[in-house]
Design a protein around this ligand. Structure first.
Ligand code: DSN
Length: 407
């Protein structure tokens, strides 16, 4: 391939490549994609406009991209063991936030209620939090964790759901380390007449690798980004049950799938980013391999080792550990054995100087602010891609301890 002529941008790309290689990346929502994924992103598919869906476009010249989009849908269903007669998948959402917004736009009347995990308990902004559009156009009914166990309080969740009658319940998280009980969420949704959506963005790769429970047996809609544990490009998928319908005021029933497709395009977006769709297809095929299954299992083993070592070193880990790729560490509580605690911002800054990249994060019962909260979030997906094993993560824990304990 000819070298890039824009040397200014080329230099920045090279600098970022070097930065990524030189650090230990513990950002729980990042990963390192394959060369094939990168290659698909940098192709002529970016030149093509294809507003609409396969077989129903508003532009000509779609014989290739129709095949591409249908193949991507087939691969997405196959990866999660879904039957095409029961599940539809939209592969056009540009990323996780627009995907979640599209679901609400399709299925929840404006002003209706979204029941989602609160931000400081590990929920995502798009689960109805006030600063997101999802908290402005709809009302959030927050649920959270039991303050003692720091795991989801399903009894409280059920009581709130029955009292508030939300239109939709969102299971899923951005900073919650444990398994979510989808069966319980289904029963609660049924008890209050809500739709059950699961946002599996963080753990989709773990579900694909059968290392974390699948939500598909219980959910009506499942959204996911592709770029976290699933190790693909920045993008999102929206799975919906074909047999679920909403009847409009004229008495006409529309399937969730039909309504979601319309919400994505023309509701929120224009033409799909087809180079991105191709890269999603590549990542989905990679995630179906036996090597990926081993990878998913290793991610969790590594997270368990990291949490265990940090605990042994005297740090408080939210909920006492992890069942996934992510750990929430309380940096504000002083560690056992000496040293004072420190705010999440200082912890994250110090670690960055030492070559470890994390993000500051609120913790359940947060008493500080989101810009300088009480903890940090750690994830093991990216460094597991780079081949690290439990012993490496124990060493990383020791390095974290050294950097944070130092006065
Ligand atoms: N910002 C992502 C994360 O880090 O979890 C979610 O959007």
């Amino acid at each position: 391939m000819q070298a890039m002529k824009d040397t200014q941008i080329k230099k920045l790309i090279e600098a970022e490549k070097k930065r990524q290689k030189s650090v230990i990346n513990l950002i729980a929502s990042e990963n390192v994609v394959s060369k094939d994924v990168l290659e698909a992103l940098g192709t002529e598919l970016t030149n093509k406009y294809a507003e609409g869906y396969p077989g129903k476009r508003y532009y000509g010249g779609n014989e290739v991209v129709d095949k591409l989009e249908s193949l991507t849908q087939d691969r997405a269903r196959k990866l999660f063991g879904l039957n095409a007669s029961r599940w539809h998948v939209n592969v056009q959402a540009l990323s996780g936030s627009p995907a979640n917004l599209a679901v609400y736009l399709a299925l929840v009347p404006l002003g209706g209620k979204i029941m989602g995990m609160s931000l400081d308990n590990g929920g995502h902004l798009t689960h109805g939090y006030k600063v997101s559009m999802t908290g402005k156009a709809w009302k959030q009914i927050p649920f959270g964790v039991d303050p003692k166990t720091e795991t989801i309080d399903y009894v409280d969740l059920k009581a709130k759901a029955i009292a508030e009658k939300p239109d939709i319940i969102v299971g899923g998280f951005t900073a919650y380390p444990r398994i979510v009980d989808f069966k319980k969420l289904r029963a609660i949704a049924d008890a209050c007449g809500a739709i059950l959506m699961v946002d599996m963005s963080h753990f989709a790769g773990l579900v694909a690798g059968k290392a974390y429970p699948s939500p598909f047996e219980y959910a009506d809609v499942v959204t996911t980004t592709v770029h976290k544990t699933l190790r693909g490009p920045r993008s999102a998928l929206i799975f919906s049950r074909l047999d679920k319908t909403i009847t409009n005021q004229k008495g006409v029933a529309h399937s969730f799938s039909e309504l979601i497709d319309k919400a994505v395009f023309p509701g929120l977006q224009g033409g799909p980013h087809l180079n991105q769709v191709a890269a999603v297809a590549v990542a989905l095929k990679e995630a179906a391999s036996p090597a990926f299954k081993k990878y998913a299992v290793q991610i969790i083993k590594n997270a368990a080792a990291l949490a265990d070592e940090l605990k042994k070193l005297g740090w408080r880990i939210i909920s006492g550990g992890t069942d996934s790729h992510l750990i929430l560490m309380d940096t504000w509580s002083p560690p056992v054995g000496g040293g004072a605690g420190l705010g999440g911002k200082e912890a994250s800054d110090r670690l960055e100087k030492a070559g470890i990249i994390v993000n500051k994060n609120t913790i359940p019962g947060e008493t500080r602010s989101p810009v300088d909260p009480s903890g940090i979030r750690l994830g093991t997906a990216a460094e597991t891609t780079r081949g690290k094993k439990e012993k490496d993560f124990r060493k990383i824990a020791q390095k974290i301890d050294k950097v944070l304990r130092k006065r």
